[in-house]
Design a protein around this ligand. Structure first.
Ligand code: ZN
Length: 494
C-alpha cells in the first residue's frame, strides 16, 4: 500500500476506506510499499487543492497502476462524478493506468467513446484522451461499481499534467470574464450583484438590452437565462458565455435583439459548488435545482435571490417574462436538447415546441428528437417545472441540456466531440434563434447590412408588425440523430 508523506489538512486522518474521503489530496506523493529511500522521479505527486479541483484519495495498486477516488460533493456523499487533478514528478516514458473507482453513476458516456480531458504545462490546451485508451466496466474489486480506467504515457519530465472530467470553467475565470466585459463600458451591458452565496461569493446578474428599454415606464419583454446550478456541468458556462458574447457583439442580429428584448442572465447560480469542485451540490450539500418551491434565504441564498427577482418581474405589469431557460450538461445523452413542461392546454403545449424546433434549424448539434416534455414528480423542484407552474400561458420554461461528450450531425453516425468553441457556438445559436421566434428577420434586412446566412435559413413568411405567438409554418424538426458512435478521436497528441 502507498504511504502518504503529506495529506490535505481537511482530509481527516482516516482515508483508509471508501467511505472516509473528507477532502482533496494536497501535493500527495505516492511511494511504493516498503520504500524507505529519498523520493525519486516517477514517484507521482497528486494534487487537487486548487479551485474546482477534485480528487479524494489515491491507492497504488502496482508500480504502474493507481486507484483514484473522487471526493464526494461537500455534505453530500451521494454525488461523485466530477474530477480534476494534477500529477507531477513524472519520469519520461512512464506508463501508468489510472482507475477511477467510485463514480456514483452507472450509465456513462464513457461507454460511447467519451474520454477524460488532459493538458500539461507545455501543452496548455485541453484535449481528450484517445478513446481506445479508455475502458469503462463493472469491477468486482470495487463493490461491483463501474470503474473508468485509462492508460497514459507521460512524456515530459518537467511538465505537470492535469486530468479532468470535462473542460473546467472556474468561478475565477467567470469573474475575470465579467470584469473584462465591464471595462468595455458598453451602454447595453449591465452587471449587478444579485446576492451572495453561503461562502460570500458573488451571484452575478447581467442585463443586456438597449438602454431605451430600461427607461421608466418602458414595456419589457424579458428572456431570463440561468446556468451552473449544477457546478460540475461546466459546458453550461461555455454555452452561457456564447450567448453573452453574441448578445453584446456588433452583429446585426445582436443589435436587433437588444433593441426588442431584455436579456437577464444569471450565469452561475451555484458559485460555491463551482469553486469547491462539486458535481451537483452547493457547499451545504443541497441540489439547488430541487429547491425552487421554497428556497431558504440562508441555506439557498442564490436561488432565493433569483426566484425573488423572477416573481417580482412576473408581478410587474410592464414586464412580460417570456422565456426562462436553465442551462445544464448531460452525462448520458448526446447533442444539445431541451426539456419542457406538459400542459393541459393543447395549444400551449404545441406553442412550447416552437422554440426548440427553430433552434434545431439553427444549430447542427441540437436535436429536436431528443427534446422531451414531462412532469415527473422527481423534477417538481426544478426551475423549469416550478416556473412553468407559476408563470402564465405566455411564458415558456425550458431546461437546455448539452452533452458532456459529443453530438451527432443529422444523417451521419459519427460522434463529433464537443470543444469549448462548439459549446459556445451552441450558445450563439440559442441567442440568434430569438430573432426567428420573434420574426425580427425583416429588421435585419431593413438595416441593409450584409449578414452571414443562418444555417439552412429559408425565407419564412414573417410579418411585421411583430406578433408574439406560434409561427404559422415553423420548420419541422430533423430526424432522429441518435445513432451508433464512432470511437475515433484524431485530436490527441499525448
Ligand atoms: Zn444539471
Amino acid at each position: 500500500m502507498a504511504e502518504r508523506i503529506q495529506t490535505a489538512p481537511e482530509a481527516g486522518n482516516d482515508m483508509g476506506n471508501d467511505d472516509a474521503i473528507g477532502g482533496n489530496v494536497s501535493k500527495y506523493m505516492v511511494l511504493p510499499a516498503g520504500y524507505c529511500g529519498l523520493p525519486k522521479k516517477g514517484h507521482l505527486i497528486f494534487d487537487a487543492c486548487f479551485e474546482s479541483g477534485n480528487l479524494g484519495r489515491v491507492d497504488q495498486v502496482s508500480e504502474f497502476e493507481y486507484d483514484l477516488f473522487i471526493r464526494p460533493d461537500t455534505c453530500n456523499p451521494r454525488f461523485r462524478v466530477w474530477f480534476n487533478f494534477t500529477v507531477e514528478n513524472v519520469k519520461e516514458s512512464q506508463r501508468i493506468i489510472f482507475n477511477i473507482v467510485n463514480f456514483s453513476k452507472t450509465k456513462s458516456l464513457y461507454r460511447d467513446g467519451m474520454a477524460p480531458m488532459v493538458k500539461s504545462t507545455s501543452r496548455p490546451k485541453w484535449q481528450r484522451l484517445p478513446p481506445k485508451n479508455v475502458y469503462y466496466y463493472r469491477c468486482p474489486d470495487h463493490k461491483k461499481n463501474y470503474v473508468m480506467s485509462f492508460a497514459f504515457c507521460f512524456d515530459k519530465e518537467e511538465d505537470t499534467y492535469q486530468f479532468a472530467y470535462c473542460y473546467p470553467y472556474t468561478y475565477t475565470r467567470f469573474q475575470h470574464y465579467l470584469d473584462n466585459l465591464q471595462k468595455r463600458n458598453m451602454d447595453y451591458f449591465f452587471r449587478e450583484q444579485l446576492g451572495l452565496s453561503v461562502q460570500q461569493r458573488q451571484l452575478d446578474l447581467l442585463t443586456i438590452t438597449s438602454p431605451d428599454n430600461l427607461r421608466e415606464g418602458a414595456e419589457k419583454k424579458v428572456i431570463f437565462i440561468t446556468g451552473r446550478v449544477h457546478p460540475g456541468e461546466t459546458p453550461s458556462s461555455f454555452v452561457c458565455q456564447g450567448i453573452i458574447d453574441f448578445l453584446i457583439s456588433q452583429h446585426p442580429i445582436a443589435r436587433v435583439l437588444r433593441e426588442h428584448l431584455v436579456f437577464k442572465i444569471a450565469p452561475m447560480l451555484n458559485p460555491d459548488g463551482v469553486y469547491l469542485g462539486n458535481y451537483r451540490c452547493s457547499l451545504m450539500g443541497f441540489d439547488l435545482n430541487r429547491h425552487w418551491l421554497d428556497p431558504s434565504p440562508w441555506a439557498h441564498p442564490t436561488l432565493h435571490g433569483v426566484k425573488q427577482l423572477i416573481v417580482q418581474m412576473y408581478n410587474d405589469p410592464k414586464t412580460s417574462l417570456e422565456f426562462y431557460i436553465d442551462i445544464h450538461a448531460h452525462s448520458t445523452m448526446m447533442n444539445g436538447f431541451m426539456y419542457g413542461n406538459i400542459f393541459e392546454d393543447e395549444e400551449r403545449f404545441q406553442r412550447q415546441a416552437i422554440f426548440p424546433k427553430l433552434l434545431c434549424q439553427n444549430a447542427e448539434d441540437f436535436s429536436y428528437s431528443s427534446t422531451s416534455f414531462n412532469r415527473d414528480a422527481v423534477k417538481a423542484g426544478t426551475g423549469r417545472r416550478f416556473l412553468g407552474g407559476l408563470l402564465d400561458h405566455t411564458s415558456y420554461c425550458y431546461t437546455l441540456e448539452v452533452s458532456f461528450y459529443s453530438y451527432i450531425i443529422g444523417g451521419t453516425t459519427a460522434a463529433v466531440p464537443y470543444t469549448e468553441e462548439a459549446y459556445m457556438k451552441l450558445g450563439r445559436n440559442v441567442a440568434r434563434t430569438f430573432l426567428d421566434y420573434y420574426r425580427l428577420n425583416p429588421m435585419i434586412e431593413k438595416a441593409a447590412v450584409p449578414t452571414p446566412r443562418l444555417r439552412k435559413e429559408k425565407p419564412l413568411p414573417y410579418k411585421y408588425p411583430l406578433l408574439r405567438g406560434p409561427a404559422s409554418n415553423y420548420p419541422h424538426g430533423k430526424g432522429n440523430k441518435k445513432s451508433s458512435v464512432n470511437h475515433k478521436d484524431p485530436s490527441n497528441s499525448f
